[in-house]
Design a protein around this ligand. Sequence first.
Ligand code: GLA
Length: 694
Amino acid sequence: MPIYSSDSDWILETKRTAYAFGLTEAGLLAHRYWGKRLPARGDYPAALETEGWASFNGPSEVTPLEYPGYAGSAYTEPCLKVTFADGVRDVVLTYVSSEVLGDELRVHLVDAVYDLRVTLHYRVHEQYDLLERHVSIENLGNAAVTLERSFSAAWHVPAQHDYRLSHLVGRWFEETQIVREPLTRGTKVLESRRITTSHGHNPWFAVDSLTEPALEETGEVWFGVLAWSGNWKLTAEVSAFGQTQLSIGVNDWDSAVRLEPRETFTTPSSIAGFSSHGFGGASRALHSYVRYSILPHGVQPRKVLYNSWEATFFDVDEASQIELAEIASSIGVELFVLDDGWFHGRNSDNAGLGDWWPDEQKFPNGLTPLIERVQALGMDFGLWLEPEMVNPDSDLYRAHPDWVIHFPTRARTEMRNQLILNLAKLEVQNYLIGLIDQLIKQHDISFIKWDMNRNVSEPGWIEHDEPKELWVRYVEGLYRVWGALRERHPDVIWQSCSGGGGRADLGILRHADQIWTSDNTQAVTRLKIQEGFSQVFPAITMEAWTTDQDASYIPLEFRLHVAMSGAFGIGANLHHWNAAQRLEAAKQIALYKEIRPVVQTGDLYRLQSAFAGPLSSLMYVLPDKSEAVLFAFRTHLPEPVALPKIRLNGLEETAMYRVDGLEGLLSGAALMSAGLEVALKDYGSAVLQIRRVG
Ligand code: GLA
């Protein structure tokens, strides 16, 4: 049983880690421990009883509170901020009771005066070494209350250390770049204010010691995510008393949730863990959890796809798509995806979004003839949609101009000539569910790329009681639409795209099976984008295509190999590929099909970072260590150069392995300690299979 619960102490244990909190004598719910699992229950430190420091710093400021309300004299970042009907803005949470339901611990707190109940939910994912927290806030009183902040969790790392924060930054065309920086006294804030997760930052953190930094496979790392696809906020605060607290949740910026009597607000989950095997250990824990606990289709193999966007852009029709489909199938593609441009009035990005039926000129007989041809060629058919969006030049907008997010007295700022439908509105949600349901019923569609190509502006919903609920209700609406469609069409595979990786998070992965990592498919840049992405997300979710973006200067084999380290696809104009290039692609696609189970379900070991130099490598290893695949890349290095051997990881020390291209066998220990010589030219790459013998 991984949960120990008394009326004053709680210990949550996973296979290798533990987390503890308890009541102080003064009745504060305080954090006690987060780290390596200890042998005995008595080993975990008691809840700190602190008296405060001075008249300026009382006990609630110097005690690491498990879920601090904005009350009294805490001053540190609160998780909950409430305004009651009488204007009081002070929420005093006291412990009432706790209960254990299977792998979940619930701790009930109430406000000392008002009928507000706050329940802290802790779910122990024992086998993944992860803890999942969320909070439900119930208004049990007779008057409405306003939640001005309701975070999912405060995560405390051990006090009195200097820490380093790792996080992911980016922008469109350059997502998920890894940044590591010292955490100093004060608060570092990372957030999204864009109504999506955003290209700019990802709701993920990893914290390690500044003085004894963790490496890929060694050292201690505390890490976590927020499973939420809208505005989010992370505050990493180092207090004047040596405490470091990472608070994460729905962004409180411009936000409020109004709770009517008897209403409950449930926050999204924050999932976190502790790794004593460096950043690699942290990623592997998240990856397994995502693969086996979150993804709707689990580890069902992701098919090799072809996407026609960069070949034909808006200029699509039945004949051009059939021509591409024929070439795609001849090189081994398994899923043909028709991107933007197929629907009514869509000849550029000026018009059409919202009118989701086949364009009469481009597809006079509808999509069925194309779908049937694609299927006859032995492939599945996939389609691009951007359901949340509308062009002002569309029948939908002309019929429902009030359905978009806007302020009546302000101009509606267009980005890419489009506006955002207000998915917080029930009628909009129901409309989209009906429409997409019909589209899927009428066509044999196996895959949908769900895109979202702008961020919010003029965030108005003024007819609603609490207009600032837009941020939260929009995302809940999106989840409802997507969830309803999933339920009606359980076999469809969905991709989350927002101009590339603008909506990549564990919330969307409860609906989407994979994510379009970036519109940037230049292989050298991709090495970094994919390495950053891999901190959080497993390869099975990381859609990676080979296109023509860098065809003029990077060899095709290198470009294919980079994409083959994820959920592989091709997005090039296949007409431009000559016979030799098509043959090369066919060969690599065949290889990918062989290594697919290892790439898509194996454990990731990042061996050499693309952020550190021109040589990078990574490998995937099946959990039973019987099979592995090594990816090695060399970008540019002036000649002459002696390449270091690549030291592998994750293998069984005493087992013997056969490596592609090597005569004889080598032990796991040799491959991991002495390393493997991989000869690579400038812009050279290798994909090597490694198989246990016997
Ligand atoms: C976004 C996507 C692209 C493509 C275009 C179509 O930019 O990221 O892959 O689908 O939209 O308009």
